[in-house]
Each structure stands twice: as structure tokens, then as C-alpha cells.
Design a protein around this ligand. Structure first.
Ligand SMILES: [Zn+2]
Length: 331
């Protein structure tokens, strides 16, 4: 099974009331830990690489390894760009082989976010790649070590979300409802009423970013109220570091970096397995035979694959869009 786009798993999750875990990776230890967990739990999984992590990971280098692992996996695997900051990054990820992208224009004005997200959608959809966008601002900052707080003035407005999805044609929407990136300062308080209101008006699957530190009961409630994808990174990383620290404390003579990496991989697997249980996606591949990629008879196997990427067509499309944009700007 090769990589599939996020729509295929998110719509299934939306229909059946569970959420897909989306885990950021920066190297092969994360990749192996996350994939082993998904296979052990018979769960579909979304692998993410965030633009803010590009200084740690070369996407052109790691994507072939991810594609290779996905082709051998017994569960559906999506590879998504997390928080693409520009349309250029979106194009780079698509060219690299990502099956899903997130364009994050949440810091732009509403109109500019609509404009740039629509452009990303136009390009991605032309080659069968799904697009997630963000409206409102998720608190904290991706990839930071500081404690995060969510600010109510940046929460997603339900009516605006409805208009945004309708005008941009995005496949999934990340919402700000009290969630924040990084580790929370105190216990996060999710605005469930707002989530319900958004779910009523927005027809596409909803995404919760900033998963680390949200209590299990709140995750379950958020999923019940319509969250179909949960992004998760910080806690996985923190637990892996704690494991390495313990290994060094127990045996100060360790000189095998590979042994520490092995320890980190095992911990990442444990953390991810726990999350897949809480998000409700554990066992999904065995519960629904339309989802079991390994059996070859499931809907994932028979669903039309994403349009194969034709690089020339992508270059053509981008040129057309750029030409149109420049033309529109000329007074
Ligand atoms: Zn995020």
C-alpha cells in the first residue's frame, strides 16, 4: 500500500466517530516508533513533518524512506506537511511525494488567508493531494520549549469557519478552541460549546492541534463532538528524552548512541500506542473490513488512488497560477 491522502482516512473517522492520530517526526527513530505503534494497534496513522522542523530534517532525504515503510505497512499511512507557512513550501512537499498538506495562513488577515489557502487548494487538488487549513490561532508556537497559553480572542469563530471552508474548498480545518502547541501552562480548558457550534456549520473534518497535555477525558469528548484528527508531538519527544536520561543515569558508561536511539524509539512507540487507544482509532483496521489495507479487499485498496504526480503538470499549474496572480495585481 502506498501513501494515501488524508481525506480517505479522515472521512472514515468522521463517519465512525473516532480520530486519527497525526504525529510529527524529525528522523527515523520517530518514523519507526510511530509506525510500529500503528501496526501493533491496527490503526490508520498520519505521519507529519512540520516546516518549523525543516532545520532538523531534510524532506527530500527522508521521504523515500517513509514511502518505503508505508508500502510495507499493514495499515493505511498518510504523509502530511504540518503548518506549511507558504505556498512555495506546499509545492515543495507535493513535489517530494507528500499525500497531504497543511497550509497555515492563520496569522494572515481573513481575506488574505482565504486567498492564499485557495491557491494552495487549487494546486494540491490538481494532483490529488488533500489540504488542511487553520482559522483562528492555536496558542503557543510550534517547536518552542516555552509553556503555551491559548488566548480566547484568537479562538475560531463558527460563522467565519463556515464561510472560510466554503470559499477555499479545503478538505479539513484546524480549529482554535483553547488548544495550544507545546506544553500547556496549567491544565488546558477546551471550549466544547464552540466546537459543537463549528461542527454544526462546517462540513469538513475538524482537526485539533496541540494534543500534548490535554486530559484523556477531554480528548474523548472532543472526538465525540466531531474532532477527526489530533496532532501530537511534544509529549512524545519529552518522554523519549526522559527515557534516554534514565538510561544514562542507570549506566553512565554508555557510549552506544544506537542503544539510546533504540530506547527512544521504544518509548515513542509506547506513547503513540497509548494515544491511539484514547483517540479511538486502535483496532479500527480489524473492526471495519473496509479499512484493512493488508487484506487487499478493503475500500482503501479499491479506492481510486491519488492522481499520480506529474512534475511537468505541477510546474505548468504553478506557472499558470503565478501568472494569473501577477496579472490581477497589475493596475
Ligand atoms: Zn499545529
Amino acid at each position: 500500500m502506498s501513501l494515501i491522502n488524508a481525506n480517505q482516512v479522515l472521512q472514515h473517522a468522521d463517519r465512525h466517530g473516532y480520530a486519527i492520530g497525526a504525529f510529527d517526526l524529525v528522523n527515523l527513530e520517530f518514523l519507526n516508533g510511530i509506525l510500529r505503534a500503528a501496526e501493533a494497534k491496527h490503526s490508520p496513522v498520519i505521519l507529519l513533518i512540520a516546516e518549523v522542523h525543516f532545520k532538523y530534517v531534510d524532506i527530500e532525504q527522508i521521504t523515500p524512506a517513509i514511502e518505503h515503510m508505508a508500502s510495507k505497512a499493514s495499515v493505511p499511512v498518510v504523509l502530511g506537511l504540518d503548518h506549511g507557512e507558504t505556498v512555495e513550501t506546499v509545492v515543495r512537499a507535493i513535489r517530494c511525494g507528500f499525500s497531504s498538506v497543511m497550509f497555515d495562513g492563520s496569522k494572515l488577515s481573513f481575506e488574505e488567508n482565504v486567498k492564499q489557502t485557495s491557491l494552495a487548494v487549487q494546486i494540491a487538488h490538481a494532483v490529488g493531494v488533500s489540504v488542511e487549513a487553520e482559522l483562528g490561532q492555536v496558542g503557543g508556537s510550534e517547536g518552542s520549549d516555552g509553556l503555551a497559553v491559548a488566548h480566547e480572542e484568537f479562538y475560531t469563530d463558527p460563522k467565519q469557519a463556515e464561510e472560510f471552508v466554503q470559499r477555499t474548498g479545503v478538505d479539513a480545518l484546524a480549529v482554535a478552541i483553547g488548544n495550544a502547541h507545546g506544553l500547556y501552562k496549567g491544565t488546558p480548558k477546551l471550549d466544547f460549546e464552540r466546537l459543537e457550534a463549528i461542527k454544526k456549520l462546517v462540513p469538513v473534518p475538524l482537526v485539533l492541534h496541540g494534543g500534548s497535555g490535554i486530559p484523556d477525558a477531554d480528548f474523548r469528548k472532543a472526538v465525540q463532538l466531531g474532532i477527526s484528527k489530533i496532532n501530537f508531538f511534544t509529549e512524545m519527544s519529552r518522554e523519549a528524552v526522559n527515557k534516554v536520561r534514565r538510561m544514562l543515569e542507570q549506566n553512565g558508561k554508555i557510549i552506544g548512541l544506537q542503544d539510546l536511539m533504540l530506547g527512544a524509539t521504544e518509548t515513542i512507540q509506547e506513547v503513540v500506542e497509548g494515544r491511539l487507544e484514547v483517540f479511538g482509532s486502535a483496532g479500527i483496521c480489524t473492526r471495519f473490513n473496509d479499512l484493512c489495507a493488508a487484506c487487499g479487499a478493503c475500500s482503501f485498496a479499491t479506492m481510486p488512488a491519488s492522481a499520480p504526480l506529474d512534475e511537468n503538470r505541477l510546474v505548468e499549474l504553478v506557472s499558470e497560477v503565478v501568472a494569473q496572480t501577477l496579472k490581477a495585481r497589475t493596475p
